[in-house]
Write a protein that binds this ligand. Sequence first.
Ligand code: NAG
Ligand code: NAG
Ligand code: NAG
Length: 367
Amino acid sequence: MAIGTSSRSLIKPWPRNSLLLSSSVIIIVGIILAVTYQSILKPPQPKLCGSQGGPPITAPRIKLRDGRYLAYKEHGLPRDKANHKIVFIHGTDSCRHDAVFVTLLSPGLVKELSVYMVTFDKPGYGESDPDPNRTPKSLVLDVEELADQLSLGSRFYVIGNSMGGQATWGCLKYIPHRLAGVTLVAPVVNYWWKNLPLNVSTQGFNLQPRRDQWAVRVAHYAPWLIYWWNTQGWFPGSSVANRDRGNLSQPDKDIILKHGSSRKPHLEEVRQQGIHESINRDMIVGFGNWEFDPIELENPFLNNESSVHLWQGDEDMLVPVTLQRYVAHKLPWLHYHEVPRSGHFFPHAKGMVDDIVKTLLSSAAEN
Ligand SMILES: *[C@@H]1O[C@H](CO)[C@@H](O)[C@H](O)[C@H]1NC(C)=O
Ligand SMILES: *[C@@H]1O[C@H](CO)[C@@H](O)[C@H](O)[C@H]1NC(C)=O
Ligand SMILES: *[C@@H]1O[C@H](CO)[C@@H](O)[C@H](O)[C@H]1NC(C)=O
C-alpha cells in the first residue's frame, strides 16, 4: 500500500548479478534492449519550430541563456502603462494562449487594477524550444529572463496553475526578491516531497484514478519508460496525456461541457512539437526528485509588503485536496483558499478569476 515500499519493489532494477554469469548473455540481452529502446521506448526527436518540416514561428520569442527560444504573448494594458505586471505559468497540456486569468477578468477590472500579463509557452510546448535538462529551477530562470527582457521591473507578480506550480514554488525558493506577490492555483503536489509524511502522501496518492497512479510512478521511477507508457494502447496511460476526461469530477465535466470548444483553436498547437518534451517532461520534472521541498519554504514577504495565495477546489481529481491542506497547514504564512464543490478547472467558473486576481493585487502594498 505504501508508495515508498510496494511500488519501489514492483519496479526494482533487474537482478544484474544473474546476468553476469555469461558475457554472451549480456551481449545478446544488450542488443535486444538497445533495439527495443530505439524502436519502441525512445521518444522521437521533437519537431523544432522553424526547422525544416517543423511548425512555423508565429509568436514573439526571446533568446535564453542557453540559446533556447521562449515564445510569449502579452495581454491586458500595455506594459509601460500598467501598475501590476503579472507573469503566468501554465499547466500541463496548455500554452501561451491559455490565459484565463486575464481573458476572463472583467474588462473593468483590467483597467481598475491596471493589469498587464505575459503568458509563455513552457519549454517544448507551442513555439518554445524543448529543454531536456529542465528542472524546477531552470524554469524559474526562464521566467526571470522573460521578465527582464521585457523590462517588467525589479519585482513582478507570478500566477501559476497546476503543473505550472513546479516553477511557481521554484520562484518562491530561488527568486523571492523579484516577487511582488504570488498565487498558486491548484498546484500539483509531488508525492515525493521530502517532508510529506508517508501516510499523508499515500492517502492522497490513492485518491487518484488508478491509471494516473501508475503513470505517476513510471514518471518518478522509470522516466525512460514514460514515452512508451503514455502512447501504447495495451493499458491506460496518464489520463492527461491521453486527454481522457472520464475520471474528472462532475464540476470539471460541467465546465468542460460549457467552455470546451473555446480552447479548440489552439489545441493542436499545444503539442505540435511532440508529446515528450511537453506533457511527459512536465510529469518527469513535476514528480521527480526536487532540489527543494516547498514545505520548507519561508515567507518571502516578512514585512507584509505582499502575500502568497493558494487556491484549491475540494473535488479535484488531479490534485488531491488532502495534500494541499497538509501543505497549507505547514505553511501558516500562505493564504489558503479552498473552493467548495469545485474541481481542477474552477477558475473557469463565473467570477472566480476576478476573485483570484483581485485578492492577489489588493493584498500588496501600493507600489
Ligand atoms: C498520519 O500519521 C500521523 C501520526 O501518526 C497522524 O497524526 C495523522 O492523522 C495521519 N494522517 C493520515 C492522513 O493518515
Ligand atoms: C476512473 O474511471 C474508470 C473507468 O470509467 C472507473 O472504473 C474508475 O472507478 C474511475 N476511478 C475513479 C477514482 O473515479
Ligand atoms: C504581518 O502581519 C501579521 C499578521 O497580520 C502580523 O502578526 C505581523 O506582526 C506583521 N508583521 C509586520 C512586520 O508588520
